[in-house]
Design a binder for this molecule. Structure first.
Ligand SMILES: NC(=O)c1ccc[n+]([C@@H]2O[C@H](COP(=O)([O-])OP(=O)(O)OC[C@H]3O[C@@H](n4cnc5c(N)ncnc54)[C@H](O)[C@@H]3O)[C@@H](O)[C@H]2O)c1
Length: 445
């Protein structure tokens, strides 16, 4: 089979590389010529574990190619995946669909140039609001009335940092399509996953579009719920780690996404929750839980800055704060909507000097937080600092030499917004330790 993937971001690139690993001939297309030039040289524009090797192997085998020229990529393709960005639209929080619609127009123009008689499934892999698939179909029909095509929705559930494993062994594949012919093409493309008994949910296009938003909103709600429980734990002297374990062992609740922290961020949850809220408002449906989740999460970032300032004795003016971790989660270089952006901007506005280190995110962070002092490793960051803040739970921050940490810090204060250390081990190292949802009495234990 042959496919084209439009957009070589986190989703397009990973999907393209993984489909080529399935034996499909894949051409990835992007309008960003510099990105395509890098990909053609074998350089990955994003940090994603395992992607370099996977792309190199499949490019070498002749199954994966990169181009900025859409028309030849589409010629004879069984399916064209649209995997361009759908960021929040400024002002109203709706998904900005301009990239998706532009891609649909380009696909329509390219189909018009290809030989007659072919059949193509145009698949939206981007996260798009209900109704977008129909809109894509009407664009294609208008731009290329002679084309024989179907539109399908195939939302992507991969997580940055474990994207390849998630694509290769997903919990499920969701496919929204109206015609049996389109379903057959999609089934054939995902055949290797069918063979390993991956659940395949075939549904209509609107339902597939909504499943993606409902999934992200549910996960965001779970995180926000445990964050609020963590705040309550701090007030009443309980331990949120044990509360999470105690409820998570209930199969109806599940253990995942019950890690209290500084609030969710990243390129998906915030924008997708906002877009879902817009969809509900336009449909005059009540989605007050998700609306509240968005508000609570936004407020949490400011509260995290206040928590750090309070831990520093009420002010960070003229103080130096060492920060470990800037990306919204470990194993990615993605800084979009990372909690660090707001938290650190607030600390800087309050007069703090911030020394920071992140294993993969510094190049992106420099563009968004130019005034930070960027360091080469965790320990250099701490030299002479008045507090250490753990902001992203990269593995390399989980086993710091606490004696060395104490020796480097001017004030032996550690604020752990990811609960990656035990209060007792911090106390044993002589460090004042403040974490999330664990009351000070636990730190003294
Ligand atoms: N990042 C994730 O973890 C993730 C997970 C699941 C779903 N999604 C969804 O997948 C979609 C893509 O997300 P992403 O993070 O990969 O985006 P991204 O911003 O990293 O990449 C988008 C790419 O599309 C390219 N592009 C834009 N318009 C184009 C056009 N007309 N033709 C060709 N290329 C074009 C851009 O140059 C860019 O390289 C979004 O809808 C997102 O919500 C993302």
């Amino acid at each position: 089979m042959r496919i084209a993937v439009i957009g070589t971001g986190y989703v397009g690139l990973v999907s393209g590389a993984c489909f080529s690993e399935f034996g499909v001939s894949v051409t990835c297309v992007d309008t960003d010529c510099a990105k395509i030039a890098r990909l053609q040289r074998g350089e990955m524009p994003i940090y994603e574990p395992g992607l370099d090797e996977l792309a190199a192997a499949n490019t070498g085998a002749g199954r994966l190619a990169f181009t900025d020229d859409l028309a030849p990529a589409i010629e004879g393709a069984d399916a064209v995946f649209i995997a361009v960005g759908t960021p929040s639209r400024r002002g109203d929080g709706h998904a900005d669909l301009s990239y998706v619609f532009a891609a649909a127009e380009e696909v329509g123009r390219a189909l018009a140039k290809t030989r007659a008689g072919g059949y193509t499934v145009v698949v939206t892999k981007s996260t798009v609001p209900v109704g977008t698939g129909r809109e894509v179909a009407s664009i294609l029909g208008r731009v290329c009335p002679s084309a024989r095509f179907d539109v399908a929705s195939n939302p992507e559930f991969l997580r940055e940092g474990s994207a390849i494993e998630d694509f290769m062994r997903p919990d499920r594949v969701v496919i929204g399509a109206d015609s049996e012919r389109a379903r057959a093409v999609m089934r054939q493309l995902y055949w290797p996953l069918y063979l390993i008994e991956t659940p395949m949910l075939f549904t209509d296009i609107e339902t597939a579009e909504l499943i993606k938003y409902a999934a992200n909103a549910f996960l965001a709600t779970k995180i926000t719920f445990i964050n609020e429980i963590a705040d309550l734990c701090e007030r009443v002297g309980a331990d949120v780690q044990d509360v999470a374990k105690g409820i998570g062992l209930d199969g109806r609740i599940g253990r995942k996404f019950l890690h209290a922290g500084p609030g969710f961020g990243g390129s998906c949850f915030p924008k997708d929750c906002r877009a879902l809220v817009r969809t509900a408002r336009e449909a005059e449906a009540n989605l007050s839980i998700v609306e509240r989740v968005v508000q609570v999460n936004e407020a949490r970032k400011a509260r995290m800055a206040d928590k750090i300032i309070a831990a520093c004795g009420g002010t960070v003016a003229s103080k130096t704060i060492a920060v470990l971790g800037l990306t919204f989660k470990p194993n990615t270089d993605d800084m979009r909507d990372a909690p660090s952006l707001e938290i650190l901007a607030r600390l800087a506005a309050a007069g703090g000097t911030i020394r920071a280190f992140d294993p993969a995110g510094i190049a992106e962070a420099r563009k968004l937080l130019p005034d930070l002092v960027y360091c080469r490793d965790a320990y250099e960051t701490m030299e002479g600092a008045d507090a250490l803040v753990l902001l992203t739970e990269w593995n390399e921050f989980r086993a710091l030499d606490l004696t060395r940490v104490g020796g480097l810090l001017a004030e032996k204060l550690v604020i752990d917004l990811r609960n990656i250390y035990e209060p007792a081990e911090m106390a044993a190292a002589g460090l004042c330790y403040i974490s999330i949802g664990r009351s000070p009495k636990l730190a003294r234990a």
